[in-house]
Design a protein around this ligand. Structure first.
Ligand code: ZN
Length: 219
């Protein structure tokens, strides 16, 4: 976790460089996703370790997270400091923002964010269920009486595991899994409560952007 410097100690022997690191540590908890805290704390430790009077002009104004990447730049160019930041930015790029496990950059709607398979799966399943429920609530839901397995995303197929029926299309000897629209409507309350459950879980994970329509389709 991020360790704060002792205030009095800083006043006694703090350089401007140390003070700006201290300010970074102070703002980090409110800005960082949960999954990035440990790695960001290690980055600050490394930056503290290279504190030296020669870095009197190496000052940080703060950091931002843009498009799933850490943006942290000292005001004055510093090769050593840049090297440390580069190394840890790469680490953060493959660290799940939700839980801190290994992950990679994934698209969520128009946003890119590093996520592990599990955190991404939760988020994408929530979006898939939401889109399906929205389709069921319209006047002409799905425009089909029978919905084939292939019409739905792999994640939703798993959720509907017990609702599938086998259907042999005319002239074909191979049965396919399908679900009638009426059966799908009967599943709607269960899907709704599953979506609420996913919402609760996702709210507990700071670092996964809130759901928006149209995302999660590519994964
Ligand atoms: Zn994760």
């Amino acid at each position: 976790m991020i360790e704060l410097y002792d205030e009095e100690q800083l006043e006694l022997n703090g350089t401007v460089y140390d003070l700006s690191l201290h300010a970074l540590a102070a703002t980090a908890p409110s800005l960082l996703p949960n999954g990035w805290r440990a790695t960001f704390g290690a980055l600050l430790d490394q930056l503290r370790a290279v504190s030296h009077p020669c870095r009197a002009r190496t000052v940080f104004d703060g950091f931002t997270i843009e498009d799933g990447s850490l943006v942290l730049e000292p005001r004055f160019p510093d090769r050593v400091v840049h090297g440390i930041i580069r190394k840890y930015s790469r680490k953060l790029g493959c660290t799940c923002t939700g839980c801190g496990r290994p992950g990679h950059t994934r698209w969520l709607g128009l946003t890119r964010v590093p996520l592990c398979a599990q955190c991404y799966g939760l988020r994408a399943l929530r979006t898939d269920i939401k889109l399906l429920l929205q389709a069921l609530e319209t006047d002409e839901p799905l425009e089909k009486d029978v919905i084939l397995e292939e019409d739905l995303s792999p994640r939703v197929r798993l959720v509907l595991e017990n609702a599938w029926r086998l259907l042999k299309p005319q002239g074909s000897s191979i049965a396919v899994r399908c679900i009638s629209e009426a059966a799908l409507q009967r599943e709607a309350p269960r899907l709704r409560s599953l979506m609420d459950e996913l919402d609760k879980q996702l709210q507990g994970i700071k670092g996964i952007p809130p759901a928006e329509p149209g995302d999660g389709r590519a994964g």
